[in-house]
Design a protein around this ligand. Structure first.
Ligand code: HEC
Ligand code: HEC
Ligand code: HEC
Ligand code: HEC
Ligand code: HEC
Length: 267
């Protein structure tokens, strides 16, 4: 996520949380001195996650991500090109896509490590770009009635399976396939934050505010830990925007607008 969007999010959260979280900690001390004294835990802006974009079907996608599928033991033995040709002859194409969008957050991987939130994957957009289902759906189960586009996690599960040493684990399968293609095509992210959002901690236990905190106190509370985000905010147009604008026709008067003036919302 860019600094700017992280800041905008921060502002919205401040506005929301000032109503919500306050009630959760009615007994906490809320004096400005307490905030200042507690200013130890600092968070740097460069650690900000890649994106907070959210699809309309995000909730369904997240639920889907948690599903596990039965392990597929044997795969159909066919060469890469044979499979590509066969799928093309079958007419398998974008009309066979059941989900435009996936979030990938597999329990098989997350039982070993879970440093990040779900990875978003624009399935239809990829299929349209790549044009060939077999590039990613590179094998199919042997069973006749099985789907040609079985989930990766049906065949790739734990790393180093003794019964299937030829198959890499699920995390490696994603990393290798996703990143290798991005590198080859020189498109799509290869850096970690291009795909990964950090798991932001639950703030319920972090915020210490009295029941009737003022907006200024809420901001001060966030700044206790998010000092850099606060500084970044002061560099944005949202903060610095103030009239008059020499570029706007008929708008050359001394108009004092923007948060750095006496405008509303100037917490
Ligand atoms: C092209 C996208 C992509 C890129 C780039 C990428 N990853 Fe991943 N990564 C994934 C996917 C997909 C998963 C599987 C997510 C899941 O199931 O939780 C994953 C899983 C992981 C996991 C295990 C799951 C977790 O939440 O801890 C770690 C750790 C990880 N990646 C680290 C990295 C690091 C470090 C980099 C940079 C060197 C990186 N990744 C780059 C796509 C990517
Ligand atoms: C860039 C790689 C890529 C391409 C190209 C691609 N897919 Fe996928 N597809 C995936 C990934 C990743 C998943 C999610 C698998 C998972 O959850 O483990 C998936 C899932 C699916 C699923 C759901 C499987 C299930 O059982 O839930 C279907 C159906 C599917 N793809 C069809 C297609 C079709 C048809 C095409 C070609 C028009 C295609 N895909 C092209 C990567 C791709
Ligand atoms: C029906 C089973 C099956 C499915 C589904 C499957 N794979 Fe594989 N995959 C295999 C097998 C088997 C190998 C080992 C190939 C070999 O022997 O070299 C493999 C190997 C790989 C490799 C290693 C390099 C290579 O291409 O051989 C990557 C990367 C990989 N799979 C990624 C994926 C991803 C990502 C998905 C989901 C889009 C997926 N696989 C779905 C069976 C499967
Ligand atoms: C066969 C090639 C290929 C594979 C495999 C592939 N990608 Fe991509 N990816 C692309 C291309 C091409 C783009 C650029 C598309 C664009 O921006 O129009 C892209 C763009 C992206 C983007 C940024 C743009 C967007 O749509 O959000 C993300 C995130 C991404 N890929 C994630 C993944 C993940 C996660 C996987 C593995 C599950 C993956 N990709 C596998 C080719 C691939
Ligand atoms: C006691 C310390 C603490 C307080 C107080 C706190 N945070 Fe956080 N916050 C964290 C930590 C630690 C992270 C995770 C590290 C990261 O993501 O950079 C985080 C992450 C976040 C994130 C997501 C990551 C990012 O960088 O964008 C947002 C948004 C956020 N906090 C908003 C707020 C808001 C709004 C407030 C005030 C109502 C607040 N925080 C108060 C410690 C705190």
């Amino acid at each position: 996520m860019s600094k700017k969007s992280s800041i905008v999010l921060l502002i919205f959260l401040v506005m929301g949380l000032s109503g919500g979280l306050v009630a959760l900690h009615p007994e906490s001390p809320g004096s400005p001195a307490a905030y200042a004294a507690a200013a130890q835990e600092s968070v740097t802006a460069k650690e900000a996650p890649a994106s907070t974009w959210s699809a309309p079907d995000q909730v369904a996608a997240l639920e889907r991500a948690m599903e596990t599928v039965p392990f597929v033991d044997t795969v159909k033995d066919e060469c890469k090109l044979c499979r590509q040709m066969r799928l093309r002859e079958m007419g398998l194409g974008t009309k066979d896509i059941t989900h435009n969008y996936f979030v990938i957050n597999n329990p098989i991987i997350n039982k070993v490590e879970d440093h990040y939130g779900p990875v978003r994957f624009m399935h239809s957009k990829h299929a349209a770009q790549v044009k060939d289902c077999a590039v990613c759906h590179h094998y199919r189960p042997l069973a006749e009635d099985a789907s040609e586009t079985t989930r990766c996690s049906a065949c790739h599960q734990d790393a180093f399976r003794p019964d299937h040493p030829e198959r890499i684990g699920l995390k490696a399968a994603y990393h290798q396939q996703c990143m290798e293609c991005h590198r080859e095509m020189n498109q799509g992210p290869v850096d970690c934050i291009g795909c990964h959002d950090k798991n932001a901690p639950d703030h319920k236990d972090k915020i210490q505010l009295t029941a009737n905190a003022t907006p200024f106190q809420v901001t001060a509370e966030c700044l206790r830990c998010h000092k850099d985000a606060g500084q970044d905010m002061l560099q944005t147009a949202h903060w610095r925007l103030r009239g008059p604008s020499p570029y706007t026709l008929d708008h050359r008067k001394e108009v004092e607008i923007g948060k750095s003036t006496i405008a509303t919302n100037n917490f």
